[in-house]
Design a protein. Structure first.
Length: 172
């Protein structure tokens, strides 16, 4: 394999400097990592596209929905959450029935920006963790209870949010 691009080198240095464990995917400018968050473990991958230069951070929920009614409610959940986001977006892998979060940034220089890459990872972990309890409620619900879920109200519940860490606390 050829030497990594300046962009991928920056991604690797961000992980090293933060002390985040990761695994490089052979033959690709991709790293995989997992983070223990408040509600769930978030597995993600970071892919460098040096020709553009773009970095994309993607996490996929480990849960699959059991059927069409759940899939529709998860699609609604993704749509409602996306209306509130300024960075990244949720998607629904329709065939797999899984929520996915993706945050991507186009950089003006070939090496990218370590602070932005770090922020994309933090955002991805935080958003997947934030949605996990609501996703679990949707997937546990059945029949009339599933149809009656008020997703907008569930997203406003403060008791489902982790406490904000003190300044200087380790993250993610």
């Amino acid at each position: 394999m050829s030497a990594p691009s300046p962009l991928h080198t920056t991604v690797l240095s961000v992980f090293a400097e933060a002390g985040w464990s990761c695994t490089e995917v052979s033959g690709r400018e991709v790293v995989r990592a997992g983070f223990e968050a408040h509600h769930t473990r978030v597995e993600l991958h970071v892919q460098s596209f040096p020709a553009l230069p773009v970095v994309s951070v993607v996490a996929e929920s480990p849960r699959s929905c059991p059927g069409p009614a759940h899939r529709e409610r998860l699609a609604e959940l993704a749509m409602r959450v996306n209306q509130t986001l300024t960075i990244g977006n949720f998607e629904l892998d329709w065939d797999a029935g899984r929520l996915v979060f993706r945050a991507t940034n186009l950089f003006p220089t070939p090496q990218g920006d370590p602070a932005i890459i770090r922020g994309l990872v933090h955002t991805t972990v935080g958003e997947m963790d934030r949605i996990a309890p609501v996703e679990a409620i949707v997937l546990r619900s059945e029949g009339p209870a599933l149809a009656a879920l008020d997703l907008a109200a569930l997203l406003r519940r403060d008791d489902l949010l982790p406490e904000i860490p003190e300044p200087g606390a380790a993250a993610p």
